[in-house]
Design a protein around this ligand. Sequence first.
Ligand code: HEM
Length: 399
Amino acid sequence: MALVDDRLPDIAMPFDPPADRRNPYDDYARCREETPVVVRDMPGLGTIAWVYRYEDVIETLQNYERFSNSAARVFLGPALGEGLLVGYDPPEHGHLRKLVSPAFTPAALARLKEEVVRKTVVELLDEMAVAADPDLVSDLAFILPAKVISRMLGLPESDFETFRDLAMEIILIAAEPETAMKAAERLRGYLHDIMAERRKQPQEDVISSLVEAKVDGDVLSDEQIISFILTLLPAGIETTYRTLGNLCSKLLLEDMWGELVADPTLIRASIEEILRFEAPLQVVFRTVVNDTQVAGVELKAGTFVIPVLGSANHDMAANPDPGEFDLRRNGRKITTFGSGLHTCLGMFLAKQELQVVMEELVARFPSMRFATGKGVREDAQPRGLMVRSPRAIRVILGN
Ligand code: HEM
């Protein structure tokens, strides 16, 4: 996992020497101040414009008439397929989103909270409690979102290992496209069979609800359903596991675990603050529709635009003292889940998972602390410029 992270493109910062993978925030601050939009010709990719200020990032995310989402289909379509929700603009996007949304409403998620999310968390903590050398990344964060999605989809428990391995290979899409494409093909075949079963005999699961979804008489095609499910893997697993790692590491590194133990009502704020402080996905993609300007910089039609979410969240104009990890912050402006029409569909699910896992961790392991040994704190430092999270968080769970 760590090796793959090290091979991911440094797509949030186009500079040479590259920005500090451990802390890109000082470089982002310099960009916001001096060069809020950086334009470069990138071999094989064309012209790319990086956008660093909060206000400009919000504009590129929200104004779909100026900034199209088609770039996502260019990069992800070959592996994830035609129904890639995030790759469409209106009106196709709205139609597709209406069809897949019912599975992600707060009411639908409330039903999952105890039976799926807490049950999964408790099982994983039971296993971690007896592990010889527990690591919150590989023993918990890395497994939880994959297991929750597999249970939401209603996949047989016996298939979980295969599903998880294929899902993880799909997540490698930015670093190893060929591996991701092969895994997507295998998963397609597997999901086809499950869908055929659900058409015959619907269950209480997301695949059944996608098979039955209808808007204005339209239903989803098999390809659209499969492509949507494939999208959930990088969208829902990678982001959530990285956020859980980022939160646990920050609380331990800053000696703040005890604060949450003493007052678990702070858990919610800790989740909101880590989402602001360390966006697990630092960038998204857009394409300029017609020649335009951002922050006074001319951008030609067809230019790829990279709104840097991690920079926007640290813009003083949006959040005062952005470098402070402050649980008692008075409101937050964050771009971590995007903004506008494409705002993350899984936002409530992600927050629910994070809330439940933190409640259980704090209640069960109140004296959790770093393991002793070389490199433990170093490995727990979040790193990365496209995605960010720690490599490992080795801990002592009990007294
Ligand atoms: C901390 C966790 C998460 C983060 C930070 C995150 C981040 C994002 C961002 C930034 C976007 C917008 C992309 C764009 O504008 O181009 C997005 C969209 C999306 N996310 Fe998430 N996500 C998270 C969890 C999840 C989960 C758990 C799921 C589902 C299981 C999910 C499913 C989606 C989908 C389907 C979209 C596309 C929405 C659309 O285009 O209308 N995400 N996410």
